[in-house]
Design a protein around this ligand. Structure first.
Ligand code: GLU
Length: 316
């Protein structure tokens, strides 16, 4: 395999003519202000190396990628009981769809669509005031990324709170089914803040490294989750991490991944690396357009698809 720095440099130069493609999320007014012509990528390997390119040091809004980390916290808090409140099947619908919820009696399909993530946030909130739950999440992210500079952008959180009509509808609907234990305003107060975390590609790649290393931070040996739990979180990312584009992402990239409407994607190459890519323009199903293309190129150029044979370096 060519060295990783020349691979990421090659991806960046191949994509430079396309910068600005896609449509920046505008249903959250603060996100609509982001310059679409940005692209960054960072790869943190399990042996402690870091490869970056482009705007890898520019903070962006983590949005739905936060759902992976909140799920990790919820599993740590109540274990398998999470699955009494939320399913593990791909939804085949948009991230903010309400249709399935009625058919399925208020139990969201999976923890990565908005309804499921709101139920997960409700679990993390148990026993806390909203501010304390936000604090726990922020500390967790700083610990994983080993960077206390990570902050939450209050403007983005407020912007979502003012316009999050669908999320309020989802939360209240679940409360009607008994699958939300706290007032919708409290749960969404936490949810909007978790989504409003500002993070760079470098920080995000480091934060996701435990998922590539059987649940441990490979650099410190510190255990975040068990190996079995890390495998299961990866399985959910592979099957449900890109909303209604999850099948296509698995087909084209072949790595567990989670996208957010801020234009970020966290992808995991188990046993090898954690990869963060960011470009704000989104495709039709709400995933970063160039970010998805970049990961497709990376998987082809490294042979990292989870569907490749052991030790395979097969390209394209
Ligand atoms: N905060 C966003 C929302 O709830 C997250 C959506 C996403 O990133 O996919 O609408």
């Amino acid at each position: 395999m060519a060295d990783l720095q020349s691979i990421v440099d090659g991806i960046y130069s191949d994509l430079t003519p396309r910068l600005g493609e896609g449509k920046v999320a505008d249903y959250i007014p603060e996100l609509a202000k982001v310059d679409p012509k940005q692209f960054g990528m960072a790869i943190a390997t399990v042996d402690g190396q870091l490869f970056t390119v482009g705007d890898a040091a520019t903070p962006f809004s983590i949005q739905s990628i936060s759902k992976v980390f909140m799920l990790t916290l919820a599993l740590g808090k109540v274990g398998e009981a999470v699955w009494n409140r939320v399913g593990r099947e791909p939804s085949g619908s948009a991230f903010n769809s309400i249709v399935q919820l009625e058919h399925e009696h208020g139990i969201p399909r999976n923890p990565f669509i908005n309804a499921g993530a709101i139920a997960v946030t409700d679990i993390v909130l148990a026993g806390y005031q909203p501010k304390e739950a936000i604090g726990e999440y922020l500390r967790f992210m700083r610990m994983l990324a080993d960077d206390d500079a990570i902050t939450i952008d209050g403007k983005v959180a407020r912007s979502e709170n003012e316009t999050g009509y669908r999320n309020f509808a989802l939360a209240n609907f679940m409360r009607g089914f008994g699958n939300l234990h706290h007032p919708a305003e409290h749960v969404l107060g936490v949810y909007f803040h978790q989504c409003a975390l500002s993070i760079t590609c470098t920080q995000l790649a480091r934060a996701g490294l435990f998922l590539a290393a059987e649940g441990k931070n490979p650099l410190t040996g510190h255990s975040v989750v068990s190996a079995k739990r890390a495998r299961r979180i990866n399985a959910l990312m592979l099957t449900c991490g890109h909303y209604d584009g999850s099948g296509d992402f698995a087909f084209r990239v072949g790595l567990p991944g989670k996208s957010g409407v801020g234009g970020g994607i966290l992808a995991v190459a188990p046993g090898k690396a954690s990869i963060a890519v960011w470009s704000p323009g989104l495709n039709k199903v709400g995933n970063s357009l160039l970010g998805s293309v970049a990961l497709e190129m990376l998987a082809a150029r490294t042979g990292w698809s989870v569907f490749a044979g052991h030790g395979s370096e097969s390209r394209a």
